[in-house]
Design a protein around this ligand. Structure first.
Ligand SMILES: Cc1ncc(COP(=O)(O)O)c(C=O)c1O
Length: 380
């Protein structure tokens, strides 16, 4: 089955009881048991719910995985995975990473006695050089948020396998449609379902997929015991949103490519970060492991005044914290997605006050380009 067919027919999309063309919202916290010793598959929604099961089947199918899990947010999914680590374990991860993940590691994992080493994610040797006898996990994100740096997923995973180290990868920016991380050797793939998978800026969700049954069973306990399960209403909305992901992504990605090329021609723009541009330092590797550059790009303006003007003048994209919606979303990572990182860390990793991130939506690209052009005008 090809992907657009799969998105509509590849997982439970029809109610098995009634034939309804959408899985109903089983809006119940608990399930009556006619037999106290046995239930019919569900007993309490934090442990499982048919609407949530459909989402878990969906991510499993999209990732060609054996197991899927749905969480209340991308961060709940990330934390469930990070909780596989125990006191005394060593975690290695790229220094360019989503600000929330950085915060969680800094606030909790380190306090809980996990040793952490940050490496240059684009340097395969740096991952290997950082390995210690207690290294338990490599945590990856490629392309990274917000600078779109690229990690060679296959090469880093090969290093991990050689040393018996677990690999987890945040695939939010690419989605399973563009980058098949499990096929590249990753053990656990994570998504903020809030973004492209739901795609309508109206749901917060997290998803995980794996082929390893032991990991799945452990993560299922984390989902249940930490309590970060996806809500029923959000599960239903996500099931509705995901059906159009193929079409949405296609248009958003075409728009992103055109916008990145346009921004490169503008003198007011110091630098464009987009892995679909041959000038991107990770271009070759990214082409090897993903189908295209995706729908998110970043660019660097010269001064803070320019940034202020630019945000004021932009009319079409919404200015907001998220990405992956049908509408284009403009954000300032310095004040938004990466505000939780100490200033020094942000600057060290290239998240400057003049770095702008654009998540491309499905608008007509001419309107987006015209809007960006007028916002940049007289702004140099
Ligand atoms: C790459 C990445 N991973 C994870 C998250 C966290 O997702 P959520 O906001 O659904 O918790 C985000 C949010 O922006 C993100 O950009």
């Amino acid at each position: 089955m090809n992907i657009n067919t799969k998105l509509l027919h590849g997982y439970p999309v029809i109610c098995p009881e009634t034939g309804a063309s959408s899985i109903p919202k089983f809006q119940a916290s608990t399930f009556h048991q006619t037999d106290v010793f046995n239930h019919k598959g569900y007993n309490y929604t934090r442990f499982g719910n048919p609407t949530i099961t459909a989402v878990e089947e969906c991510i499993k199918v999209l990732e060609n995985a054996q197991f899927g899990l749905a969480f209340s947010s991308g961060m709940a999914a990330i934390n469930a995975v990070l909780f596989l680590l125990s006191k005394g374990d060593h975690l290695i991860l790229g220094k360019n990473i989503y600000g929330g993940t950085f915060q969680s590691i800094n606030e909790f994992l380190i306090r809980f006695g996990v040793e952490v080493t940050w490496v240059d994610e684009s340097d395969v040797n740096a991952w290997e050089a950082a390995i210690k006898p207690n290294t338990k996990m490599f945590y990856l994100e490629s392309p990274s948020n917000p600078l779109l740096t690229i990690t060679d997923l296959k090469a880093v995973t090969d290093v991990a396998k050689k040393h018996n180290i677990l690999t987890a990868c945040d695939n939010t920016f690419m989605t399973p449609l563009i980058q098949e991380t499990l096929t590249l050797g990753i053990d656990i793939v994570i998504h903020s379902g809030t973004k492209f998978i739901n795609g309508h800026s109206d749901v917060i969700a997290g998803l995980v997929a794996t082929n390893d049954e032991t990991l799945y069973n452990q993560l299922k306990i984390h989902q249940k015991a930490l309590g970060g399960v996806l809500a029923v209403e959000e599960a239903w909305l996500l099931l509705r949103g995901v059906k159009t992901m193929g079409l949405r992504m296609e248009k958003s990605i075409t728009n992103a490519q055109k916008i990145a090329e346009f921004l490169q021609t503008k003198e007011q723009v110091k630098q464009v970060y987009y892995p679909g541009l041959p000038t991107h330092p990770g271009y070759e590797i990214h082409q090897k492991q993903a189908k295209n550059g995706g729908a998110v790009l970043s660019f660097e303006l010269e001064t803070q005044e320019q940034v202020e003007q630019f945000f004021k003048k932009c009319q079409v994209p919404i200015v907001a914290v998220s990405l992956g919606g049908v509408e284009s979303i403009l954000s300032l990572p310095w004040l938004m997605s990466h505000a939780a990182m100490p200033e020094e860390e942000r600057l060290k990793t290239g998240v400057t006050p003049t770095l702008v991130r654009l998540s491309c939506g499905i608008e007509d690209v001419e309107d987006l380009i015209a809007d960006l052009e007028q916002a940049l005008e007289n702004n140099g």
